[in-house]
Design a protein around this ligand. Structure first.
Ligand code: 5RP
Length: 226
């Protein structure tokens, strides 16, 4: 299959991520088109790991297709590295995620992992988060109330992801025009809203390492505290 330019970059960064696999450990695997390339590449290294913890039904299916054992997170007490993409990456390696709707499990697996390696193509780099609408996962009965609250408090524009259900049986609001200039505060405030189960701002679970593919190379950025 002929890949377009962006997919070539996604594939390149996904292959580079294999360098960060810790042998004989459990790894976390995210969701999305970049991660799909990672899973394809992982086929060549599957015997080096004990298994994977997956962030979505889609990634679970793909991992099983390449014969990687997928474990329930309750069975595992340590994940060496979590590999996942992002919708946006800022210079502090804070992220927005959830374009694929898997944000809640992604945040949980990222929190358990010793290290979060984020894999992106150069189009995901931004000066300020929030240009991409922030996905929030909400309990269905709270959808309209939360949408009204976001309009009133933040003058944001939530859009219901119609016809979409998360793996957890919830729904997604894609929040446009939300000011994310202080990601720490926005993530914390959104977490306080009853019925909102997860938001797509990854400040607490920012990446430890971001691999960024451009046409020439894969740039490695490490968190300053790492
Ligand atoms: C899924 C995600 C993805 O990591 C994010 O949407 C990036 O996806 P892609 O690799 O397809 O560009 O957060 O919930």
């Amino acid at each position: 299959m002929q890949l377009n330019k962006q997919d070539k970059l996604k594939q390149k960064v996904a292959i580079k991520a294999l360098d960060y696999i810790v042998p004989n450990s459990y790894i976390g695997v995210g969701t999305g088109s970049t991660v799909n390339f990672f899973i394809d590449a992982l086929a060549s290294r599957k015997n080096d790991i004990l298994g994977a913890i997956s962030s979505s039904e889609e990634s679970t299916k793909r991992l099983k297709n390449i014969d990687v054992d997928v474990f329930d997170m309750n069975e595992i007490d340590a994940i060496s590295v979590y590999f996942d993409g992002a919708d946006e990456v800022d210079e502090n390696l804070s992220l927005t995620k959830g374009g694929g709707g898997a944000l809640m499990r992604e945040k949980i697996v990222a929190a358990l992992a010793d290290k979060f390696v984020c894999i992106v193509d150069k189009s995901k780099l931004v000066t300020h988060l929030g240009g991409f609408p922030i996905p929030i996962e909400v309990v269905p009965m709270a959808r309209s109330a939360i949408a009204r609250y976001l309009v009133k408090k933040y003058q944001a524009e939530p859009v219901y992801r119609s016809g979409y259900k998360t793996d957890n049986g919830n729904v997604i609001l894609d929040v446009h025009c939300l000011d994310v200039s202080n990601p720490e505060q926005v993530e914390r405030e959104l977490n306080q809203i009853p019925g909102l189960v997860c938001n797509g701002v990854f400040y607490q679970q920012s990446a430890d390492i971001v691999l960024i593919a451009d046409e020439n190379t894969v740039v490695v950025k490490e968190h300053q505290n790492f």
